[in-house]
Ligand binder design. Structure first.
Ligand code: GLN
Ligand code: ZN
Length: 814
């Protein structure tokens, strides 16, 4: 059979950062929110940004005429864009849509951010990344249609630019219909399909009865069919539909059902619509590229690659970084283009191009390879997860810079690989040589491998992660701390006021001396300690005013890390983070937190809890090295923290909390990988804490309540006290933990810090009683759900006062 695919460029990327090199979009969006600019002005800025981006990608080597440049812009979030495209707006926002069901720009942001009593869409993590998407709410009656042609207009605007400059024929990209519904939660109290990805098992048993978002597949597919027709009419040769739901088995929908949905969806889109013009009839749709980023299409659960190859789509993009290199032949693939995601879209290391090329040549080989019609080169995921440009980092060490590839460098890598694949290695010999030289220089550079660090991790034994039995610890700790039943505490941070932030900023800019900065932070700590004494809390904290971020603060002080100036990555909406780069062996040149904690302790007779960020969370929120197993890197970080615990103890600190809010976030997308992950993550946490003396009380904090898959791991952490989010789920976690045989301290959060609402004494009392009934009351601690840094002082004081009153009231009844 002759391959009739319209030619897809041999070099492409699955998506590009949308926020702008200098966070132009963030600023434009926020000034629109603040009412300083109009929707028209915001749209003009966005249009410029899209045009600059598309033209830059062409300058970097992507083909201007052949759908190589993805149309992956979003004002806020690509999942919200799909909601807007479909007009699938929850009832509470129905009044905001136009007659045609479209969300005007201002209303689009309202759905994302909420308004008054109308809560925004819930936000949750996008696969195993730190990007957060908005969770669509789909019910049996949610309107669904093709109501918004913004993407079509964006295509046309770049293909036929008004300024007469360089035209770019893009490939508009959308969340695919199956993934859209699998990530949606059921509206009207029906079953949320994506509960499991958010960590819950509680809802899964209910699957099968009641409405599920996937029940609306035909409606969504019909709307996508209209979208494809509109794109074809506008002349778009290709469209991209992202179906990462195919690489995970955490969605609690069996593979067979997902497969059935994929077959139905792509029969309707690819088979029933004609891709080619016939006679006078125009094409009914563009050629379709389905992408499957973030993991392996193949697993024990089923073969997603064979599934996609069996549809009539023209191209399939696979992730060769997270996924294994597939072997073939795969029936159906012979008529398709395989976009081989050889360049990591999710991390910042320069690729070993020679090695990648060998893999690509294997895939493309006729007879022995996969049997794909054509092999094109792509990124493993959208480049959304990496910063724009290494050249934009004036302060990074030159050697380190030469080992890095941010988005722009990755585009060049893709182009180099594609050129080598088509024209032979000789065509790009010098670029291949440069890549090899960079890989060699990195491997041999001082600091990458530090013998003393390696010797220390190599010498670790099982005894290094063991403490005395819990009963012995509990007795020693009680003798030392003499705490009342239902002890009260907080999670660590106190409000980060504008004043604190501007003081820190002035110090970073060099406008405030070290001495003045220290004095300002000490004053803040002193007032936080005084407040806690006044409130009558039992275990105090210093309040973390000196921390810009719970990971960056540690990364800035540890050897083996670097931080960037412009390395912003979108976290959600207009929020961006600058993940540190963990490039070398990690060690602690000097104590990290002791000075501040010891100062707080000097001001009070009450115990002060030292606050550290755990190894798993430090890794999860950094760009990690790719030349050492994650577990080994985690051990290095853990040892640095272990030394910090020892120093805190030497300074007289008797309670230490090691936060692991990201423990569940890093959970692999495939169940088969869970035991291996939980093994190293739990071990590294224990390594960081097990050096503590028997009489030192170790706390941990996990930022969520839906434990699902990690409940065993929580017990495995062996912390003396674990605080978790619980108020919103009415302490559900406490009986779950009790059932699982958990028998150490538990601090189920008694009020939700994500909102400024002050809980009443009665409300908190009820929750404390509930907790004390579900588990041995001697194990129960009373604390908020999470840190208070995003709150204001007014509500914080009142809420904590109610918390202490409630704890005392229940204490009196024990
Ligand atoms: N100790 C940190 C704080 O209170 C914990 C934050 C978190 O769990 N994300 O801010
Ligand atoms: Zn938290």
């Amino acid at each position: 059979m002759a391959v009739t695919n319209p030619h897809l460029s041999t070099a492409t990327i699955l998506g590009y950062p949308r926020i702008g090199r200098r966070r132009e979009l963030k600023r434009a969006v926020e000034s629109f929110w603040a009412g300083r600019t109009t929707a028209d002005e915001l749209e003009a800025t966005a249009r410029d940004l899209r045009q600059t981006t598309a033209r830059r990608l062409v300058d970097l080597g992507l083909d201007a005429g052949n759908a190589a440049v993805p149309g992956s812009f979003s004002y806020y979030d690509q999942v919200l864009d799909a909601v807007a495209l479909l007009g699938a707006v929850p009832d509470r926002f129905a009044g905001l849509t136009t007659d045609g069901g479209r969300l005007p720009l201002e209303a689009y942001f309202t759905v994302a951010r909420g308004e008054g009593d109308n809560a925004p869409l819930e936000m949750t993590k996008w696969f195993d990344t730190n990007y957060h998407y908005l969770v669509p709410e789909i019910g049996p009656d949610t309107p669904i249609g093709f109501v918004d042609d913004r993407a079509v207009r964006e295509f046309t605007e770049l293909a036929h630019p008004a300024d007469g400059g360089q035209a770019v024929v893009t490939r508009p990209a959308f969340v695919g219909p199956v993934t859209f519904l699998l990530l949606s939660k059921a509206a009207d109290g029906a079953v949320p399909a994506a509960a499991a990805l958010r960590g819950s098992q509680a809802h899964s048993s209910a699957a099968g009865d009641g409405f599920r978002p996937l029940d609306r597949l035909d409606d969504v597919v019909a709307a996508y069919a209209d979208l494809l027709r509109a794109l074809a009419a506008a002349g778009a040769p290709w469209v991209q539909l992202d179906e990462p739901a195919l690489v995970t088995d955490l969605l609690d929908v069996p593979f067979d059902e997902v497969a059935d949905a994929v077959r139905r969806a792509y029969a309707a889109l690819a088979t029933e619509l004609s891709p080619a013009a016939a006679g006078d009839a125009p094409a009914q749709r563009p050629a379709i590229l389905v992408t499957a980023p973030y993991g392996d299409l193949r697993s024990e659960a089923g073969d997603g690659l064979a599934l996609l190859a069996g549809t009539d789509v023209e191209a399939i993009a696979i992730d060769l970084v997270r996924g294994a290199v597939p072997t073939g032949p795969v029936p159906g693939l012979e008529t398709k283009t395989l976009v081989a995601g050889a360049i990591d879209g999710h991390n910042i290391w320069r690729a070993d191009l020679d090695a990648r090329l060998t893999t690509l040549e294997g895939l493309a080989a006729t007879g022995t390879g996969l049997g794909a019609g054509t092999v094109a080169v792509g990124t493993s995921t959208s480049l959304l997860h990496v910063p724009h440009d290494v050249a934009d980092e004036p302060r990074l060490d030159a050697d380190l810079k030469s080992w890095l590839a941010f988005a722009d460098q990755k585009v060049a890598e893709v182009v180099t690989l594609a050129t080598a694949l088509t024209d032979g290695r000789g065509a790009v010999a010098d670029r291949l040589a440069e890549s090899t030289a960079a890989v060699r220089s990195r491997a041999a550079a001082p600091g990458v491998v530090v013998p003393v660090v390696r010797e220390r991790t190599a010498a670790l034994t099982a005894a290094d992660v063991e403490r005395a039995p819990y009963a012995e610890r509990a007795a020693a700790q009680q003798a030392r701390l003499n705490l009342p039943p239902l002890p009260t505490t907080t999670i660590g941070s106190f409000p980060q006021t504008a004043e604190i932030r501007s003081t820190r900023a002035a110090w970073v800019r060099g406008e405030l001396s070290d001495a003045d900065y220290t004095a300002a932070m000490r004053a803040e700590i002193a007032s936080t300690v005084a407040l806690q004494e006044e409130l009558g809390l039992d275990v105090l904290v210093h309040g973390e005013p000196e921390r810009n971020d719970m990971v960056q603060y540690f990364a800035e002080q540890l050897d083996g890390f670097a931080t960037t100036v412009n390395g912003w990555v979108q976290s959600y909406g207009s929020r961006c983070v600058r993940p540190p780069i963990l490039w070398g062996d990690v060690s602690r040149p000097a104590p990290l937190t002791v000075e501040w904690t010891a100062y707080a302790a000097s001001l009070t007779d009450k115990p002060v809890k030292g606050m550290l960020t755990g190894p798993v969370t430090i890794l999860a929120w950094s760009f990690v090295r790719d030349d050492l197993p994650l577990g080994d890197t985690a051990d290095q970080v853990a040892l640095a923290l272990r030394d910090e615990v020892t120093d805190l103890e030497a300074a007289g600190i008797g309670v230490v909390q090691v936060d692991e809010p990201a423990l569940r976030e890093l959970l692999p997308l495939r169940r088969s990988a869970h035991p291996g992950y939980l093994d190293w993550s739990v071990r590294s946490f224990r390594l960081s804490t097990a050096g503590a003396e028997t009489a030192t009380q170790v706390h941990t904090h996990l930022c969520y309540s839906e434990f699902g898959q990690v409940i065993g791991a929580i017990d495995g952490l062996d912390a003396d006290v674990t605080s978790v989010e619980a108020a919103r789920s009415r302490m559900e976690i406490v009986p779950e933990l009790a059932d699982a045989g958990y028998g150490r301290g538990i601090g189920p959060g008694v009020y939700d810090i994500h909102s400024p609402r002050v809980p009443s004494v009665q409300e908190v009392t009820d929750l404390v009683e509930l907790a004390a009934k579900s588990i041995d009351p001697r194990l129960v601690w009373v604390n908020p759900d999470c840190g208070l840094k995003t709150r204001a002082y007014a509500e914080t004081k009142e809420s904590l006062a109610h918390l202490v009153t409630a704890a005392k009231a229940v204490r009196a009844t024990l």
